[in-house]
Design a protein around this ligand. Structure first.
Ligand code: AMP
Ligand code: ZN
Ligand code: FE
Ligand code: FE
Length: 277
């Protein structure tokens, strides 16, 4: 079992609560994890408190995954050891949440205009007070039998180039990197193998990204080796994780602790993240 530094909970788009994630990791003997929800830190405090109350033996690294866009590439920036009480971090994450809410209002209106029986309240309920995403909207459409599958909702109505599509608020990778560093964290480029324009990776390094997620379920051996070399060449942290979401979905069925860092790499990662603090 590896130290798994990329895990989602219900606070973003995962299926399990933070407590369930911690329990599952402890039960299967995973030595350490990082909860890295998209654009929110709401699972972190819950997990840390749970660990303390239950006196569990597991390392919990505070983390986040900020979704950003730059030209044609979607770049996900991981932040490790962020101070989740930092005011600016909290403010900017609240901005993202507010923007997502406004976007959901627009999407629902468009769907209503298309004749769908869908209500904002139903969508809000699905999100349970957390950030609203299109999957929540798709879920409501599915449950109300307005579509046959989640996929159909995306392909016909809420995906790019469909009638009820509304783009997401765009956070830039540069702002995400600066924000993570400002809140005391280490900024790492998530799953570089999935970046559409590979030349963006070098530009991220020039802009101060401090690590690459080398170990990732969708990286092949060649990619893993190449990104590892890039880390050595530019003196970057090596990280890794399963990107566990807890769904049976074919792309995301990697169990907690099956991808990540061995103890030696984990110690080095910790040293890099914490040496200047
Ligand atoms: P949002 O962040 O609100 O734009 O929603 C993006 C999320 O929607 C992605 O992370 C996926 O989980 C999901 N998604 C996007 N496209 C599809 C699709 N074609 N079928 C199912 N889920 C999708
Ligand atoms: Zn996710
Ligand atoms: Fe990601
Ligand atoms: Fe992720």
């Amino acid at each position: 079992m590896y130290f798994d530094l990329h895990i989602h909970t219900q606070a973003s788009d995962g299926a399990l609560t933070a407590e369930q994630v911690v329990d599952s990791a402890v039960k299967t003997g995973v030595p350490g994890i990082s909860i890295t929800d998209h654009d929110t830190i709401n699972g972190l405090e819950v997990a840390l408190k749970y660990k303390k109350d239950k006196k569990l033996e597991i390392d919990l690294v505070p983390g986040i995954e900020i979704n950003t866009d730059w030209e044609k590439s979607e770049l996900h920036i991981l932040g490790y050891y962020v101070d989740y009480e930092n005011t600016l971090l909290k403010e900017r994450l609240q901005d993202i949440k507010d923007a997502r809410y406004e976007r959901a209002v627009k999407i629902v209106k468009k769907l209503q205009n298309l004749g769908f029986a869908i209500d904002l309240e139903e969508v809000k309920e699905k999100a349970q007070g957390e950030l609203i995403g299109r999957p929540h909207i798709a879920q409501v459409l599915l449950e109300k039998k307005q579509v046959h599958t989640i996929r159909e909702a995306f392909i016909r109505y809420i995906g790019v180039n469909t009638p009820a599509y509304v783009p997401r608020y765009k956070f830039s990778p540069f702002e995400a990197i600066d924000l993570i560093k400002h809140s005391g964290g280490t900024a790492v480029l998530a799953h570089p193998g999935l970046v559409k324009e590979q030349e963006k990776i070098k530009l991220m390094i020039n802009h101060g990204i401090e690590g690459l997620e080398v170990y990732y379920p969708e990286h092949n051996e060649v990619q893993t080796r190449d990104y590892f070399s890039v880390c050595k060449k530019y003196d970057l942290a090596v990280t890794g994780g399963s990107d566990f979401h807890g769904y049976g979905d074919e792309k995301r069925n990697t169990a907690i602790g099956t991808v990540g860092l061995n103890e030696e790499l984990y110690k080095e990662f910790q040293y890099r993240c914490c040496r200047n603090k």
